[in-house]
Design a protein around this ligand. Sequence first.
Ligand code: ADP
Length: 521
Amino acid sequence: MSSFPATRALRATVSRGLRFASTASSATLKAGRREVSVPTGIFINNEFRTSIGDNKFGVVSPATGQEVLQIEEGREEDVNEAVSAARAAFKSQWAKSDPVWRGALLNRLAELMERDREDIIALEMLDTGKTYKQASTGDFPGAVGTLKYYAGWADKVVGLTSFNIPKTFAYTRREPIGVCGQIIPWNFPLLMFIWKIAPALATGNTVVIKSAEATPLGALKCCELIKEAGFPPGVINLVSGFGNTVGNAITNHMDVDKVAFTGSTATGRRILQASASSNLKKVTLELGGKGPNIIFPDVDMDKTVDWAAWGINMNAGQTCHAGTRIYVHDDVYDAFVDAFAKRMSSLKVGDNFDSSVDQGPQNNKLQYDKILQYIESGKQEGATVKTGGKKVEGTDGGYFIEPTVFTNVKPDMKIMREEIFGPVVCVSRFSSESEVIALANDTSYGLAAAVHTKDYERAVRVTNALQSGTTWVNMYNFVHWSIPFGGYKESGFGRECGEAALENYTEVKAVYFNMGMEAPK
Ligand code: ADP
């Protein structure tokens, strides 16, 4: 844990950096049918460098379990150097720069990403196991859309003016917070990279970002484009590496002003503790979920089955807002379960570069093993496997799991209470609106939920009663960059996307002017 004073940290890192860091190279990877080049270094001050300790780590393809390349692994010294670069960039020009220019740079980055669209998508598929459909219609347009959206906001962030107080007038300024330490997960690496940089940069902050150790490639590729787009050195810095080293160094750093984190609830707790025991940096957390998906009898059953399947299958179930607890009214329970199980078992699982495949591999071995353990626990606790329930046979080394539907799941079973983060879903029945609201809210999480009904009064009543940051009516798993996203309860706090995210990245300064007020005597 680094609890040293900021000045000492800065001096130490600069001298260490000069001694050890040198220019790092790039690699060319085969991603499906494409050959894609990707830088491998730590990105600081618009340069890709070797890590100060000369450490490297392997990137593994989830489709084969084989290492595809080695990249530079940052540690605390690299984080110190990145923070120092971000601080210098913040002070020298970025924080006070013309917001129109910041918006133009974000738009330029979006244009460059569109130019390199197919390379970026292929790299993301290789790194994550996503299908082309997922990466090209979800992650990629989400990332580019977010950049353009916040480019538009850059020159529209303003304060208030008040003449309502006698003999004074007051106004507020929205000022950037400073150096933002951003930590992202492996399920949407490209999208989360952009979610974490776009609002921060639009509002004049600088960034030190850590990608997830399982999926570092998309962020590296974007940094190449960040340099090409013309962002000044030090505005965005990327340190690839592990949570207990790089992540820990960011969250404990005395010169990082804010941390935005997406990941597990357990790590979220550690990040809050790190803030509390260092400089009380501001923290926003987007954590786990266990989304309820409620189905009343008055629905179009085919469409509801489509949305329920998408609710769990999107991104192979590796989504914090996945609809993992499906509650179906008694009147349509049997019909739904039959159609839904049929749909889930018809999904083709396999190599994510095969365009006929619906579901690729799970992202990493750790997660793959965890999902299989949850499936075993469901069986042992007495739930019924309606379909799926095991790994896909004959897929040498890759992390493939059958889409799995459990029925007869009791509220206290592990698979009903804990986030599985894979293609595993529990289906239960209910008989009344009040019963299902209680069941849906019986969780420590509160990220996303849905209700399916044609009765609009019921839709409003139920969504109002759900303790959840996002609620859908007659749909599931649709998130747009212009609408706030975040959690109730142990799913975190703070909102990403939309205007709401700008609040996380600005301090509000109040300025009072004396217009004839006498000092009290
Ligand atoms: P998961 O269990 O899904 O991998 P994590 O919360 O462990 O979720 O990981 C999300 C991100 O948080 C990753 O980038 C990971 O490296 C990082 N991380 C893990 N542990 C820590 C930590 N102690 N401090 C800061 N970041 C961490």
